[in-house]
Design a binder for this molecule. Structure first.
Ligand SMILES: Nc1nc2c(ncn2[C@@H]2O[C@H](COP(=O)(O)OP(=O)(O)OP(=O)(O)O)[C@@H](O)[C@H]2O)c(=O)[nH]1
Ligand SMILES: [Mg+2]
Length: 803
């Protein structure tokens, strides 16, 4: 029996892939519902299954291929033009010419196709001519998206028509049986897995056992011809490859009901929708499919952008109702977990999905809301992508990051923080030179405190004299004695103090320390135990010459002054200066996977193996007009570091001219941003020392710097507003304001966008975020470059075809 069927099949698999076959049954009478001739895709009903699974006696079953079936009129509004293949197959199989029109005649008089053949006839993925079904981006898609057709092949023979879904007549859409056209709500329906047509009869069940049906259905679903054709699915204007389609379908949150057509996909947030329409779903983010999203992808006209897509009115309503300010030309970045921030600002303003009203609003406005698992399982995405990208894992590239800034901006702190963060050990040389710096600085800090003692004493004397002149009597004298007692040192310590102050004044401290540490360490210990010194130490905040970081080292003064002192990582971080020469420093690293990656980490496993080089250059080493920047023309990103505290600080040049440090930082920034060697480079502005800004801004207004004269934050008078995002603290406003100032300078000089990150150099987390942000910028630039190259190469083929 099986041999009968097989022998009737065309030999050419290509032909059998295209058509179902009418099969004639000539056994004993069956149930009335089963026609004598019915179409079946024989490739998917293994003959053995039919024979063994059938309840019919095998030796009475006789099926014979009578006719290959082309597209049926029920399934598409456009009839398949007859191809020259049909008669060929028919001839080979001895088909009856009466049915060669492509519409099958049933022996029971129903002149329509059968469910089984329909499911195979409307197979989506079937592409008879692989060369004609390439991912040509100009592939015309019909406006109504119901039919997606391919043009004729080179011989002028139309190769195929791909219906997105069968066009069912109205009555069938109303739930009528696709075969008998009767409606019976109580009869069990059999539904075509491909077109959704319903049938009241259970033809398969009458022919086959349950197991056999399962097997058939399974092979129907997995059969290649029933798969979606990736080349007809466009994501961000690029046709999918089979690999990409598999990736999309197997990600933790795949798009639902994906059909041939055009879609947009916001990789950063996972928003997904049909081209020109509002988002319909939130799928897994960061999948490497499609080009970059177009601004008009969802046809929005709100002037508000989310991840470079102009959002629709519904989305704008949702944002506004959720209390998110999006006045004017607002550009947001939204990450998979719903964190939103202003474009180019590495500061998360809040989480969209954490806002209570958003779920309600999304439901009301028919906007998607993330499912519980949405985008939380990047690991799963990674795993899926690992498989797809496993071939590329080994490739690694070096990305160069140039870290630069004015004096005291914090570049060396950031550099050291990066070393600690990314497990790049400090070499013995580095440790040794840092130890030298720390020990020398310790004596400097002690010297400043001892100088302070003299100042405090002098101040006290002047005050006493004033008091004495106002009041008569001996009380003034006793006060003077008290103070003197409090701040007096033992003769030995007094001598040490005088000597230290003297060598500091003469500029010889570097020459003596830390070489003389062995000799003086016991004095440090003694000094530390002295009550007078402790009294001075308590007043250390009054000594402006004493750097803040001195507290950290002075607290460990005894330990540090010892000869066998080994600096810890924290000591190294807090130490001023990387090397004694304070010149160029460089390190190589890669970003380890961390919990911070949740949304910033790419789904692409390749990124784990990407190598980065961080080069820190001291501004003073750049020479006149930053001419030595030429050395860094191959960097991928410039990290420009500015201390947020500089707005009220000045330095004096040799002529005594005072310059505001923030203005000096701007001048250097302008010089670097416009340097020909760094033309077209991306810049990330790191606004550092945010912790100090928070302290300072309350006492010292930002307007002290002339560049910031118009900083005038308005505070909401709403009683609860101080806790909400509407009324952020002054330091945050100042940060945003300064960021915008630099952005506008950069934009006016280069016409490009400046990226900004807020940082506190001494906090590991903060620097990790800033550097990972830099990594993302480099990645975006790479992706953009790839797209540009693709566009360029596809464009560039045009002229070559013209004469
Ligand atoms: N509180 C606080 N201190 C910081 C921060 N960043 C750096 N510092 C301190 O500021 C001082 C200057 O930082 P550096 O990293 O040495 O600055 P630099 O850019 O190397 O500048 P030069 O030392 O002039 O080369 C050091 O004492 C740091 O510990 C920060 O974010 N917060
Ligand atoms: Mg430094």
């Amino acid at each position: 029996m099986p041999s009968v069927l097989r022998s009737n099949l065309p030999k050419n698999d290509d032909f059998s892939a295209q058509y179902s076959f009418a099969v004639e049954y000539s056994g004993p009478p069956l149930n009335r519902d089963i026609p004598q001739v019915f179409p079946v895709d024989l490739r998917r009903i293994p003959t053995a299954t039919v024979a063994s699974g059938s309840s019919l006696p095998a030796n009475n079953l006789c099926l014979r291929v009578v006719q290959p079936i082309a597209q049926t009129s029920d399934h598409t509004s456009k009839k398949v033009p007859p191809t020259d293949l049909t008669p060929e197959i028919a001839d080979r199989n001895g088909a009856q010419s009466s049915t060669s029109s492509g519409t099958l005649g049933f022996s029971d008089g129903l002149n329509e196709s059968n469910h089984l053949s329909e499911s195979s006839d409307v197979s989506y993925a079937h592409c008879p001519n692989p060369t004609a079904s390439n991912s040509n981006q100009d592939l015309p898609l019909t406006d109504d998206d119901d039919l997606v057709s391919e043009d004729s092949d080179h011989d002028g023979v139309p190769t195929a028509i791909f219906p997105e879904k069968p066009v069912l007549s109205d009555e069938l859409k109303k739930g009528l049986c696709h075969r008998c056209r009767k409606k019976n709500r109580f009869s069990e329906k059999e539904i075509c897995i491909v077109c959704g047509a319903k049938y009241c009869s259970k033809m398969l069940r009458k022919l086959l056992t349950d197991d056999a049906i399962k097997q058939i259905m399974c092979s129907e679903m997995t059969c290649e011809v029933n798969q979606l054709p990736p080349q007809l699915i466009y994501v961000n204007d690029r046709a999918l490859s089979m690999e990409e389609l598999v990736m999309l379908q197997s990600c933790p949150n795949p798009p639902k009901k994906i059909r041939p057509g055009k879609y947009w996909y916001d990789k950063m947030s996972g928003f997904w929708g049909k081209d020109g329409e509002k988002p319909s779903q939130i799928i897994s983010a960061l999948l490497p499919v499609g080009y970059q999203i177009r601004q008009d992808a969802s046809n929005g006209n709100t002037n508000v952008l989310i991840n470079s897509r102009e959002i629709t009115t519904e989305e704008l309503w949702m944002l506004r109702a959720a209390g998110i300010h999006c006045e004017g030309n607002t550009h947001f970045w939204v990450t998979p977990d719903g964190s939103y921030q202003h474009e180019g600002m590495n500061y998360v303003m809040g989480k969209l999905w954490d806002k209570k009203r958003v779920r309600l609003l999304c439901a009301a406005l028919s906007l998607p809301y993330p499912s519980d698992t949405a985008n939380l399982s990047n690991e799963d995405v990674d795993k899926n992508n690992d498989k797809v990208n496993s071939k590329n894992v080994e490739q690694s590239t070096m990305n160069k990051l140039l870290l630069i800034g004015c004096d005291q901006s914090g570049t060396s702190t950031i550099f050291k923080q990066a070393k600690i963060l990314y497990n790049v050990p400090f070499s013995e040389d580095e440790k040794q030179s840092i130890k030298v710096v720390i020990q020398r600085n310790l004596y400097r800090y002690i010297g400043i405190l001892l100088e302070g003692r003299e100042i405090f004493e002098e101040d006290r004397l002047i005050e006493m004299q004033k008091q004495n002149s106002n009041e008569s009597g001996p009380s003034g004298n006793s006060c003077q004695v008290d103070e003197k007692t409090v701040l007096s040192l033992s003769p030995k310590l007094e001598a040490f103090s005088s000597w230290l102050i003297q060598i500091m004044a003469s500029g010889n401290l570097d020459a003596i320390f830390p070489a003389a540490t062995r000799e003086y360490s016991h004095l440090v210990e003694e000094l530390w135990k002295d009550g007078a010194f402790q009294a001075i130490y308590k007043r250390r905040n009054e000594l402006h010459m004493l750097p803040r970081v001195a507290n950290y080292f002075l607290d460990h003064a005894v330990e540090i002054s010892r000869i066998d002192y080994e600096p810890s990582e924290m000591d190294i971080l807090y130490a001023e200066g990387i090397t004694s020469s304070n010149g160029i420093a460089s390190m190589e690293f890669s970003f380890p996977k961390s919990s911070q990656d949740e949304y910033m980490e790419s789904s692409d496993q390749n990124n784990q193996s990407l190598k980065y080089q961080l080069i820190r250059v001291h501004a003073s080493g750049l020479g006149e007009n930053c001419k030595w920047l030429e050395m860094f023309e191959d960097v991928d990103l410039v990290l420009y570091c500015v201390s947020l505290t500089e707005y009220d600080e000045y330095y004096e040049d040799i002529n005594g001219t005072r310059t505001n440090k923030m203005l000096a930082a701007r001048t250097l920034f302008e010089c670097i941003a416009t340097h020909p060697s760094l033309h077209e480079k991306d810049f990330l502005l790191i606004l550092n020392k945010f912790d100090l800004l928070e302290e300072k801004i309350e006492q010292s207004p930002l307007t002290q710097c002339e560049w910031f004269h118009d900083f005038n934050p308005v505070f909401s008078l709403h009683p609860h507003s101080s806790k909400s995002n509407n009324n952020p603290p002054l330091a945050e406003r100042a940060f945003h304001y300064i960021a915008l100032k630099f952005k506008s300078v950069f934009s006016s000089l280069t016409g490009r966008k400046l990226f900004v990150s807020r940082a506190t150099g001494l906090e590991a987390d903060s620097i990790d975020k800033a550097l990972r942000y830099g990594k993302e910028i480099v990645k975006w630039a790479d992706e953009k470059h790839t797209v540009d190259m693709n566009e360029w190469s596809s464009d560039s083929t045009e002229p070559s075809t013209s004469p």
